[in-house]
Design a protein around this ligand. Sequence first.
Ligand code: NAP
Length: 309
Amino acid sequence: MAAYDVIIIGAGPAGLTAAIYARRAGWTTLVLEDAVCGGQMVNTPEVENYPAVSKISGAQLSMDLYNHAVEQGADIQFDGVVTADLAGKEKTVHTRSGKEYTARAVIIANGAKRRKLGIPGEEEFAGRGVSYCATCDGGFFRNKVTAVIGGGNTAVEDALYLANLCSEVHVIHRRDTFRAGKVLTDALLSRENIVLHYDSIPLEILASDAGPVAGALRIRNVKDGSEQDIPLNGVFIAVGLAPDNQIFAGQVELDKAGYIIAGEDTHTNLEGVYAAGDTRTKTLRQIVTAAGDGAVAATEANHYLASQA
Ligand code: NAP
């Protein structure tokens, strides 16, 4: 068992920024990450709205943040948290590899995951034509036909990324205006190999005649009820995010959707436990707001730890 002042769960922009601030305040800091550094932004081809950085790949920004946290002396371990006991003064977490760590303050910055659609064929063809990550899997569909489902920033970014690789990209959106920002939406509308299907919902992903891979997407127009099958090779699902906070349920208060209830001060219902970034109740989920949360959470943890000393 190893003891730290602060344990940070998650190494996205919230967690890594919290690590930089916690280290600069002089606290021993462990970051536990289940997957890769950067969180969702690692799969973002181009970030164009992080202040003072006009354009950078999500992977590069993730690497830069990781290096910054390491330079400041954060201990970053690639080991997911499987259980956490956060109620007492000494907090304990157990990891996938069987390790146990304790700390006096914990910052939960575990982000959110891509939501699933729950339509027939989604599970069946996962990894065989169905994907949740255009930058990871887009290369498999070079010169082929794909569809992106969703109308938010992620869906539009995915469609633009895929349009550079694929012969044709169909965008299926359930309304007739996009939730995505204007710059991205304008770019989408200007691409000749993107076919827009407004007011349309996906019904089913159908098998290819060639074998057990996705071969078509059935959609329905919600205004006139008409249905059509779009022949394609890949379906990219980008219908929003879902939190992943089950391991904290019963200790940390969650809202109905599963997000940790915490305000701008990042305080949870538990003393010494803070929630930063996409995992908490908030209105704007962006890299910059996650980083802001990380700074606030580490500063709040700093005040708490100092008051306990
Ligand atoms: P999002 O903003 O929640 O958008 C989800 C999209 O999926 C919406 O268009 C929604 O339709 C649609 N949708 C949801 N459930 C659906 C269903 N069951 N069937 C069909 N369509 C469905 O999610 P996101 O795009 O993943 O973005 C998540 C957060 O990250 C947002 O805050 C976003 O701004 C942020 N983000 C920012 C950037 C950037 O700034 N460059 C890039 C990526 C992500 P409706 O519009 O009708 O609700």
